[in-house]
Design a protein around this ligand. Structure first.
Ligand SMILES: *Cc1c(COP(=O)(O)O)cnc(C)c1O
Length: 401
């Protein structure tokens, strides 16, 4: 099933699974099947004239791997095709991507509005770092469209949010927020980690910039750190490009190579993880020790309709609350045999996190309460294990509460 009438030789006409296997591949003179790993810092020139031309941007080749590298370019192009963006830049980590996306665009005197339900380090960038450089920031409840409207100021240059948000899986209405932001002249930046580039296309809903921690589902097997920023040619060329070149948070060619291979299996992994996550969410909801289950793919999610509108599946993360205090919740976590306690997500291995004492520990108790992060809350990142085994593990832990 092809989505357009473009010729089959054009990668834009391919469906995602094909783009993720073949997109962006550049072969060297050796004709290798698997993408080459160009683990090199620099590049040599045929002659002094070519070096001069390259520095003048009149010759398209590579100069130095902080600026660009063929393996990294292949990764960027593969992800760009999938996202349907004009351009993509890879970064060393997801936080390098978030920081560069924001700081390359905003200046002293500007203002950013953000949903307050954010990954801890993202919240630091918006709440603490931006103000240190004279960029005002306002954090609001991302579900409240009136709050978005009220937060807009004449100097608001960007809005930033995650959807689904970590760890509560709150959904932000991308199209509605984009309309409000665009009316105010602000750029819309979406951290799309939880949805993955397969389940949600923020650009199609009006976003301008999409940001990934490639450390999560894109690597997908808990190995390399990485990040990516995607957006329009203007945004990348006029803002991000020079910032990244000169400040240097480049993705290592080795990591780009690992992630290129990972992208090939992204649909297989994410689809399997979503199916298991959905089965687990339904089972958890039946366990007596579990007070509540938050999963965007379930009908009882407070924003199930909105989730269905902008996501093609519920995702790979299930958040739930143990019916009890911190001790009871720790008993649940400590009783797990297959599922490990960790703070990562999007791995082939299933991982659980207790946000209140780890990822969101830095927040004051009132701030946690405002986000709905209780002492009983557990975030489960569903891996690639057998669903029955995971359900058995969770049921046994539930009995230990
Ligand atoms: C992990 C994560 C990040 C940061 O990514 P790193 O690769 O760890 O730097 C940012 N946003 C979200 C939503 C994340 O889950």
């Amino acid at each position: 099933m092809t989505s357009s009438k473009k010729p089959l030789s054009d990668p834009q006409s391919w469906n995602p699974a094909t783009q993720l296997v073949h997109g962006g591949t550049m072969r060297s003179q050796w004709g290798e099947t698997s993408e080459g790993l160009f683990l090199t810092q620099g590049f040599v020139y045929d002659n002094a004239e070519q070096a001069e031309a390259r520095f003048k941007n009149e010759d398209p080749g590579y100069q130095y791997s902080r600026f660009g590298n063929p393996t990294v370019s292949m990764f960027e192009e593969r992800l760009r095709l999938l996202e349907g963006a004009d351009d993509c830049r890879a970064t060393a980590t997801g936080m390098a991507a978030v920081t560069a996306a924001i700081l390359s665009y905003l200046n002293t005197g500007d203002h950013i509005v953000s949903a307050r339900a954010l990954f801890g380090s993202c919240r630091y960038v918006v709440e603490d770092l931006c103000p240190r450089f004279g960029i005002g920031s306002t954090l609001i409840d991302g579900n409240d469209l009136d709050a978005w409207k009220a937060a807009m100021q004449p100097n608001t240059k960007a809005v930033f949010f995650e959807t689904p948000a970590n760890p509560t899986l709150d959904i932000v209405d991308i199209a509605a927020v984009a309309e409000i932001a665009h009316d105010a002249g602000a750029l819309v930046m979406v951290d799309n980690v939880f949805a993955t580039p397969l389940l949600q296309r923020p650009l199609q809903h009006g976003a301008d910039v999409v940001i990934y921690s490639a450390t999560k589902h894109i690597d997908g097997q808990g190995r390399c750190l990485g990040g990516a920023v995607l957006g329009s040619e203007t945004y990348i060329n006029d803002h991000l490009h020079t910032f990244l070149r000169q400040t240097g948070p480049s993705m290592s060619p080795f990591n780009a190579w690992v992630m290129l291979k990972s992208l090939e299996t992204l649909p297989v992994r994410v689809n399997a993880q979503c199916a298991t996550a959905s089965a687990i969410a339904d089972r958890l909801a039946e366990l007596p020790a579990i007070k509540s289950v938050l999963y965007p793919g379930r009908k009882d999610h407070p924003q199930a309709k909105l989730a269905a509108k902008q996501m093609s599946a519920g995702g790979q993360v299930v958040t739930f609350e143990v019916d009890g205090n911190k001790d009871a919740t720790f008993r649940f976590l400590n009783a797990l045999s297959i599922i490990s306690i960790s703070n990562n997500l999007g791995d082939a291995k299933s991982l659980v996190t207790h946000p209140a004492t780890t990822t969101h520990q830095r927040l004051k108790p009132e701030a946690r309460a405002e986000l709905g992060i209780s002492d009983g809350m557990i975030r489960l990142s569903v891996g690639l294990e057998d669903a029955d085994d995971l359900i058995a593990d969770l049921s046994a832990a539930s009995a230990a509460v």
